[in-house]
Ligand binder design. Structure first.
Ligand code: CA
Length: 229
């Protein structure tokens, strides 16, 4: 599993498509390109991108029309990237569900900043519900079973996620090894702390916690873990 943001580029101009792909991949985003409306729409539903960059002048379909079709099936953030600079065109796109509109030619840094902003606000919306745990810059969205530090997501295994979620429901309290093991694997596994320690080492590594460093998850003397804020 990888936790890179997935960006779908719907653009029929080879040069711009290549430029966007190179620019975004240099920032560690994962990209996929579509050169027609039909292909783009298919990838929205099959590839499930985190963000779509949408050109309006496509060979088989107008981008405005594609935008409305995307909105019928997906809430994915869409940034229109178009040479059309008329106000009316922007209004139609924004009213039609675009999150942002950039006119060509555009500056690379501005485009990247708008991509970050769109991803941030999507994360914010996603985490607006009541089923969110927050402690400092650590967020856990229980509905979608994802963990973030700031806006960066950590891809945890099911078991790792369950451990973090369990600790978050007991924030500030020390949870003894056996209580965690009972909660995650059941009573039969009590006493086998090795499995828990291995999972915890992976969680800490993924969260960027260095050995011996006391951040987010503390190891307590006597055998337990505590999620701190
Ligand atoms: Ca075009």
């Amino acid at each position: 599993m990888n936790n890179k943001y997935k960006i779908l580029i719907i653009e029929d101009d080879d040069n711009i498509q290549g430029f966007l792909k190179t620019l975004l991949e240099a920032q560690d985003y994962q990209t996929i390109t579509a050169a027609s409306g039909r292909e783009g729409r298919m990838m929205v539903t099959s590839w499930l991108p985190d963000l779509v960059l949408l050109d309006l002048g496509l060979p088989d379909q107008d981008g405005q029309e594609l935008l409305r079709a995307i909105r019928e099936c997906s809430a994915v953030p869409v940034i229109v990237v178009s040479a059309r600079d008329r106000e009316e065109e922007k209004v139609v796109a924004l009213d039609g569900g675009a999150n942002d509109y950039i006119t060509k030619p555009f500056g690379a840094e501005e485009l990247l900043a708008r991509v970050r902003a769109a991803l941030r606000s999507a994360l914010h919306r996603l985490c607006q519900s009541d089923s969110v745990f927050r402690a400092g810059d650590l967020s856990i969205c229980y509905d979608i079973r994802r963990v973030y530090i700031g806006t960066e997501e950590f891809s945890l295994t099911q078991t790792e996620y369950n451990i973090v979620a369990l600790l978050s429901q007991n924030t500030g309290k020390v949870m003894p090894y056996d209580a965690i093991i009972h909660g995650i694997w059941g009573a039969n596994e009590i006493g086998s702390t090795k499995k828990l320690q291995v999972n915890m080492a992976n969680i800490r590594r993924k969260m960027g916690i260095k050995p011996g460093e006391n951040r987010y998850i503390l190891t307590e003397m006597g055998g337990g873990y505590r999620l701190t804020v």
